[in-house]
Design a protein around this ligand. Sequence first.
Ligand code: RI2
Length: 321
Amino acid sequence: MEHPDLHSAVTDAANDIAEMEIRGAATIADAAAAALGEQAESSAADSPEAFRVEIRTAARRLHETRPTAVSLPNALRYVLRGMRGDTVEELRESVVESAAEFRRELDQAQDNLGRIGANRLRDGDTIMTHCHSTDALSCVEQALEQGKEIHAIVKETRPRKQGHITARQLRDWGVPVTLIVDNAARRYLDEADHVLVGADSIAADGSVINKVGTSGLAVNARERGVPIMVAAQTLKLHPDTMTGHTVEIEMRDEREVLSLDEREDVGDVTVENPAFDVTPPRYVDAIVTERGQFPPESIVTLMRELFGDQQGGEPWDEPEL
Ligand code: RI2
C-alpha cells in the first residue's frame, strides 16, 4: 500500500506536462483531471483506504511536474474533493464523475470567458499577444464569431517560441498575423489596440503570473497607452496567495536557451531560464474571467467569494472532519 501502482495515463501525463508536450495552464489542468479519472477507472485497489491512497499518490505525481500554474493543484483539488463513498466502487464512480465534471466546466468556463472578453475587442482592432493562451484565444474566437475583424501582432516568445502556436491558430481562423521577435514589441505597440495575454496564476493582490516577458510588455504598453487585458478563468486564481504566500516561479533547463553546440561556444557562463514573471496589478487594465471582468485590485473580492475561508493546502490533504 506504500507504493500503489500508477496507471500509465498518470505517469505519461506527468512526463508530458514536465516536458511541456502538454502545456498551457488550462490544458495541463484538463490532462491532470483526465489522468486521475483513468487511474480511478482502472484501479485494482482491494479496500477503500487503498483506493484513496492510490488516487492521492497519482495526484502527487501529477502535481510535482510544474510549480507555477495553479490550475494544476486547483484541478487536482476539485477532483479529490469529489471523492466520496464507502466502497471501492462508490469511490471509483465519484472520482470518474468528478474528473468528467471538472473537464466539462473547464470547457464551459473558457467559452463564457471568451464571450465576455470579446466585448472588449472592437471591429478592426489589432491585438498584440505573448506566448500561447487558450483563454486569450477564446476571446478572439468569440469576437470573430460576432463578425468582427481582428488583426494580430504575435510575439514569438523566446525561448520556446510558443508564439508560433498562436500564429498558426489565428491564421487558421483567418486572422491576418504579423509575427515579430520579442525585442520588436515596443516598436509595434503603436499599432496595437490591446495587449491580450493569458495567465498561469493570479495572486490575491491582482498580480499576474504569466510567461516570462509579460511584465516588460505590460510596462511598455502602459507607457504607450495600450490597454493590457488578461484572460484567465477563475481556475487561475491562486487560493494560497490570500494568506500571503507567493507563487513559485519555475526555473527550466538551460538547454531551452542554448543548444549543446552553442553552450560549448559560449563557454563557462551561468544561464538562467525562468519560465514566468510577475506583472504588478498597476500595469493591468482588466482580468477577464468567466464570472465577468475585474480591475486587478478587485479580484480579491471574487477570490473571497469563491474560496471563502478555505485555504488551498495540498490537493491530497485529508479533508478536515
Ligand atoms: P491557457 C502558458 O504557460 C502561458 O504562460 C500561457 O499564457 C498560460 O500558460 C495560460 O494558458 P506554459 O505552460 O490556460 O506554456 O490560457 O509554460 O491556455
